[in-house]
Design a binder for this molecule. Sequence first.
Ligand SMILES: NC(=O)c1ccc[n+]([C@@H]2O[C@H](COP(=O)([O-])OP(=O)(O)OC[C@H]3O[C@@H](n4cnc5c(N)ncnc54)[C@H](O)[C@@H]3O)[C@@H](O)[C@H]2O)c1
Length: 291
Amino acid sequence: MVKDLLKGKKGIIFGALDENSIAWQVAEKVHSQGAKFVLSNAPIALRKGDIFELGKKTNSEVLSADVTHVDEIEQLFSDTKDILGGNIDFILHSVGMSPNVRKGLHYTNLDYNYLNKTLDVSAVSLHKVLQTAYKMDFINEWGSVIALSYIAAQRTYSTYSDMAQAKAMLESIVRSFGYHYGKKRKVRINSISQSPTITTAGTGVGGFKSFYAYAQCMSPLGNASSEDCANYCVMMFSDLTRKVTMQNLFHDGGYSTMGISETLIESCFTCQGECFDDIAERDRVMGTKKV
Ligand SMILES: NC(=O)c1ccc[n+]([C@@H]2O[C@H](COP(=O)([O-])OP(=O)(O)OC[C@H]3O[C@@H](n4cnc5c(N)ncnc54)[C@H](O)[C@@H]3O)[C@@H](O)[C@H]2O)c1
């Protein structure tokens, strides 16, 4: 096992809610590789309290900031500068939330105020974090910013709802800001498109069990866990990936390149022809014709 890959590096980790959170796993791994950081989450998440345990475990301060409020991000950055003694080298943006998904509203019946909230929390917040850092010149040269995405940015996952638009926008911000921050300060910005993972945000999506099982059957390497994701983040925050920027990096055991797999055909594909509109065609293909 490599040691001290992040020794001397400082950062901010957004989005550790409880020990299932991807950000929680990242914080533990990044800590074990020698980095120092501040943990941040929305006031309501701090009230839940688990994040303070993580703070103790990783010797990190916990600061409140709602990522939709620029003044709170500015305050967070200036407090972090005091706590860590200067500018930082990495940021993890592990934040997402859709009130439409939470309230179970169908995609054809979205509430547009909720849609604005989804986009603000889950995508525009990355721009707010980056723009604030850019103006304050808060990230050191060759610094690395990671945001977490999902393949619903490219493909339709019917119950992922307006989070699909949020992820598409998030990935677009990664590319657009990646150019400007790269030119100004050689800061690199990437998104990691992660497998379905059992967390509060993940399991809140309708049909999550099917998302998870289907991806598991399709991926030759199986779904990537939050711990696997944390290892990938360590590599992306390290100096070993200095020329990687403006990318959406699939971290999904091979899922994104698959069409159909033997596992799916043999063990999971239980269709008896319910999806056919044409009964004659169904009987011909499925061999279901009754005599
Ligand atoms: N779980 C999955 O299946 C999966 C797959 C791919 C990508 N992701 C993405 O990973 C990221 C982390 O999610 P997770 O699965 O670890 O779930 P999680 O619920 O543990 O984390 C989501 C975090 O967002 C925070 N948050 C929400 N609103 C906020 C606000 N206004 N200000 C600051 N923080 C706020 C929450 O407090 C929480 O800590 C999200 O972007 C999610 O979309 C998750």
